[in-house]
Write a protein that binds this ligand. Structure first.
Ligand code: NI
Length: 453
């Protein structure tokens, strides 16, 4: 018994020892595994942040230079030259003159892996700057026949400068990169001059998403909704699809004192404007998605006592849902035609444009959230509202999975209710925010590559 007991006791002890050793081994193995997972990305992550810090001053200088020399869509000659020279100096393969003035650079990493596309837009707006900044634009030009000032009032100067910075950061780690990066510097995001095509649509037509085909695309837009150190994201539809609406109402011209002798297209057009407003207010389920129908211009008549023959109206349609977009188009035609008929007039309705909803791939968005959180911290990453503005990044994200985020640049100390919107002649940007944009794009690129290699 004693012996047996001893044997039994020794056996128990041995078993405990084995259990302990086993658990200890598992624990060490687990520690090692988690260490190797976390360090699989850390050398590049640390390097990105170091290089981004080094390039920050240059990014601000490029931004100021581009800001002082803004160019309208399809006329970004100086800007694209600046970009092309920079990419060439970094040793990238470049293509210029894509979709008029676009520049595309390819950085081939030293290791095999996916192709990540990064996009910035380069064009400015016909806005006369009133910021009074030392590098404010004094440029003037002729736009659709009128003389106007030109200003980077939508922050595309920042987008271009940040992507130039990202190119420098990633070129600085070329050999360690597990994949390739396609840098897309795009003209005419705000639209092309009358009679010209351009922007993302033309870039795609001219093959920017081929040879090599990017697996994903990332882009960003500055916003004065947030201060520096904040990034807004939203899965699925985030910015609206855009259609342009043109209505011509045909009446019968007559003397203003004898309206019964003609058909008044001005009164008919007025009824149509009000009728169209019932589409969004009475006929759509706005709990599904927001929608907007705006008439922005009415033209007709030459003097007080002549009822004209014709009235022309143009407007814009914004939606975040494809089905809803089709419904709106159908209702616009129905309301316009029936109101016209009731007045004895006729009307032509033309709906043009094909800008899709800017759609953030939900899976890609979820994959990139930890990266964005690392860049701005847990509190800095916020769920963005949907925007009824449009963005032609939508064309890329319609063709391949894309993610478009919003970078906070509202000057520190400005309350949200006093923030100056984009496209304002008074737009001022907190330039210290730009390094966050450089880090966001560079980190998303490298993390995506590390996940998918
Ligand atoms: Ni913009």
């Amino acid at each position: 018994m004693k012996k047996n007991q001893k044997v039994y006791g020794t056996g128990l002890l041995a078993e405990r020892k084995i259990k302990f050793v086993l658990m200890y081994t598992i624990f060490i193995a687990f520690l090692f595994a988690s260490w190797s997972i976390s360090t699989a990305q850390s050398p590049l992550t640390k390097k990105i942040d170091t290089l981004a810090g080094e390039v920050e001053k240059k990014v601000i200088a490029w931004r100021r230079d581009i800001h002082e020399h803004p160019e309208l869509g399809n006329r970004e000659f100086r800007t694209s030259k600046l970009v092309a020279e920079h990419l060439e100096n970094l040793g990238l393969d470049i293509k210029t003159g894509v979709a008029h003035t676009g520049v595309v650079g390819l950085l081939k990493g030293g290791k095999p892996g996916p192709v990540v596309a990064l996009r910035a837009d380069m064009d400015a707006l016909p806005v006369t700057e009133q910021t009074g900044l030392p590098f404010a634009s004094k440029v003037r030009t002729t736009y659709n026949g009128s003389e106007v000032g030109v200003m980077h009032a939508c922050g595309h100067d920042c987008h271009t400068a940040m992507l130039m910075g990202v190119a420098e950061v990633l070129a600085g780690m070329k050999e360690e990169l597990p994949g390739s990066v396609k840098f897309i510097f795009q003209p005419a995001e705000e639209g092309s001059p009358a009679g010209e095509s351009g922007g993302a649509y033309l870039m795609i037509e001219e093959g920017v998403l081929e040879n090599p085909k990017p697996d994903v695309i990332f882009g960003q837009h500055i916003t004065t909704d947030y201060e520096r150190g904040y990034i807004g994201y939203r899965p699925k539809g985030v910015m609206a699809s855009v259609n342009t609406l043109k209505i011509t109402v045909h009446g019968v011209q007559t003397h203003g004192a004898y309206p019964w002798k003609g058909v008044d297209p001005i009164v008919t057009a007025s009824q149509i404007v009000l009728g169209l407003q019932t589409i969004t207010s009475r006929q759509l389920d706005l709990t599904t998605a927001p929608a907007v129908v705006t008439i922005g211009m009415i033209q007709g008549g030459v003097r007080s006592n002549i009822i004209p023959d014709e009235v022309t109206m143009v407007g814009t349609i914004r939606t975040l849902d494809k089905g809803m977009r089709d419904t709106i188009h159908e209702r616009i035609r129905r309301i316009t035609e029936n109101i016209s008929e009731s007045a004895g007039a006729t009307a032509d309705v033309t709906i043009s444009g094909n800008l899709p909803v800017t759609y953030n791939d939900p899976e890609l968005t979820a994959k990139m959230l930890p990266t964005l959180e690392r860049v701005v911290g847990k509190d800095g990453l916020v769920l963005s509202q949907v925007h009824t503005g449009g963005e032609d990044f939508a064309y890329y994200a319609d063709a391949i999975p894309g993610l478009f985020v919003f970078l906070g640049v509202r000057p520190e100390g400005t309350p949200p209710e006093e923030s100056i919107p984009l496209h304002s002649p008074l737009l001022v940007v907190d330039e210290d925010a730009l390094v966050y944009g450089v880090r966001a794009l560079a980190n998303m690129t490298v993390d995506y590559m590390s996940m998918e290699k």
